[in-house]
Ligand binder design. Structure first.
Ligand SMILES: CC(C)(COP(=O)(O)OP(=O)(O)OC[C@H]1O[C@@H](n2cnc3c(N)ncnc32)[C@H](O)[C@@H]1OP(=O)(O)O)[C@@H](O)C(=O)NCCC(=O)NCCS
Length: 154
């Protein structure tokens, strides 16, 4: 597995990975209507392009194929953490988070925070995040529960 910086040519692969991860993995914890709202069949490519360009994003590659991705906003917010269904449970997210933590240390950030899905909460807990509070968010008309979580870095 290699971890490298996202490049714009990765965009379609990233969107496809996100779609598969939500539809096939997060479906364990959310309804079909919820995952369809979260990862719609007609993604807003322009919005994805702008968001990826606005913050560092890292991808994990296994045998040349995208296996996962994550990002880090300047305030310590980890917006995305998604692993392909074929590569679950093999340390891909752990490796991506190590990259995020290395960058956070370089930037002198004191804290990482995220809104973890029900599916991702055990992963983030395992990696030292604590749950601040559950919350309900509305995504394209669907109410969904996730967890505000944080990890203090110093
Ligand atoms: C959550 C997710 C990113 C985890 O990715 P992953 O690559 O399978 O996680 P890893 O293999 O790196 O796991 C790292 C550690 O977390 C633990 N862990 C991961 N998922 C877990 C779970 N569901 N329950 C318990 N422990 C879990 C692993 O056991 C591992 O522990 P270790 O470091 O002691 O070996 C992945 O399941 C996913 O893509 N989920 C669907 C999309 C999603 O909901 N993303 C989050 C949006 S906020």
């Amino acid at each position: 597995m290699i971890i490298r910086r996202y490049v714009p040519d990765d965009l379609d692969g990233l969107i496809a990975l996100f779609h598969a991860s939500v539809r096939r993995i997060a479906i364990k914890d959310y309804t079909e209507a919820q995952v369809k709202a979260w990862a719609p069949d007609d993604p807003d490519r322009e919005r994805w392009t702008v968001r990826r360009a606005s913050r560092p994003t890292w991808v994990a590659e296994i045998d040349g194929a995208l296996a996962g991705f994550t990002d880090l906003e300047p305030d310590g917010h980890v917006d995305m953490m998604f692993v392909h269904p074929d590569h679950q449970g093999r340390g891909v997210a752990g490796a991506l988070l190590r990259q995020v933590e290395a960058e956070a240390a370089r930037l002198g950030l004191g804290r990482l925070f995220t809104e973890a899905s029900i599916t991702a909460r055990p992963f983030f807990e395992r990696k030292g995040f604590r749950m601040i509070a559950p919350q309900t968010v509305s995504v394209r008309g669907q109410d969904m529960v996730n967890y505000r979580m944080e990890k203090l870095l110093r």
